[in-house]
Ligand binder design. Structure first.
Ligand SMILES: O=C(O)CCC(=O)C(=O)O
Length: 270
């Protein structure tokens, strides 16, 4: 079941903060405004359609189009409303003052794109071919996935496994591409046949976004539609002034509060 929220543009509600720390992700329905969606779509298409060239335009695992660091070639990706809003979200989630972008990419699944992005934790990518099981990841870096098109399960929206982000990494393996190539595609070894009941799919309107931790298991499906694009703009923000211990305490407080406040709700929904 998806947990969706309207993002007012300034702060998250205490409930949203609690949900993020108990689930390991949050879906925000109206994250950026329509004119920003249009601006980002134009910039995205400039790169994908070859009007702006990127040296880091490649096929992830040899199968899915991925453009790394579009901010290096297009000024719109250098700063935009999505980054401003995400900075506010990081402040609200981590209780810190500043955040900066450490990574950005585009992942394109046009209509009919046949490949899934299998279940993985981002931490699995921290080493080549994969980070060993048990690798930890700081909670100071959060990943934002911004939908530039309306997305649902049919064209490859984000799907998460709630409440699986508090430990360390699981074992991953390379599923497509050369194992020692930075552009390989990886998957969690034990999580490819998951009970659909435990999955939180996150359909969103264009301009919505999700945010997750490096330990949160997630995937996207193929784009099974005949005509709907699926343009995703993805970036990481690092809370630069955060001290890890402070964040851990903050996170634990939120987590404990979420359980104290609404134990039945969580059990029913997860
Ligand atoms: O957009 C996709 O298909 C996959 C995104 C993803 O897995 C990620 O950003 O880590």
């Amino acid at each position: 079941m998806a947990h969706k929220f309207s993002y007012p543009g300034v702060m998250l509600s205490p409930y949203e903060v609690e949900r993020f720390w108990s689930d390991g992700f949050l879906a925000m329905e109206s994250f950026i405004d329509e004119s920003t969606v249009s601006e980002l779509r134009r910039a995205y298409d400039d790169i994908i359609e070859g009007r702006v060239l990127s040296k880091t335009d490649r096929m992830l695992g040899g199968i899915t189009r991925q453009v790394l660091v579009p901010s290096m070639v297009h000024p719109v990706f250098e700063m935009n409303q999505a980054i401003e809003r995400a900075t506010d979200v990081v402040r609200a989630l981590l209780g810190t003052a500043t955040a900066s972008r450490t990574y950005d990419m585009l992942i394109d699944k046009p209509a009919g794109h046949p490949y899934e992005t299998p279940w993985h934790q981002d931490v699995g990518y921290y080493a080549v071919p994969t980070a060993p099981a048990g690798t930890t990841a700081p909670m100071t870096t959060l990943q934002f996935w911004v939908a530039l098109d309306e997305v649902d399960i049919d064209n490859g929206c984000m799907e998460f496994l709630p409440a699986c982000h508090t430990g360390s990494s699981e074992a991953h393996e390379v599923t497509a591409g050369a194992p020692n190539d930075d552009g390989r595609l990886i998957a969690m070894v034990d999580r490819q046949n998951i009970d659909p009941q435990s999955v939180a799919a996150c359909p969103l309107p264009a301009g919505g976004a999700t945010v997750h931790t490096a330990l949160t298991p997630h995937r996207t499906g193929p784009n099974r539609t005949a005509s709907k694009p699926r343009r995703a703009y993805i970036f990481n923000l690092l809370a630069t002034d955060a001290d890890e211990r402070g964040i851990e305490l903050f996170m634990r407080q939120q987590y404990v509060r979420s359980i104290e406040n609404s134990p039945l709700r969580y059990r029913a929904e997860v």
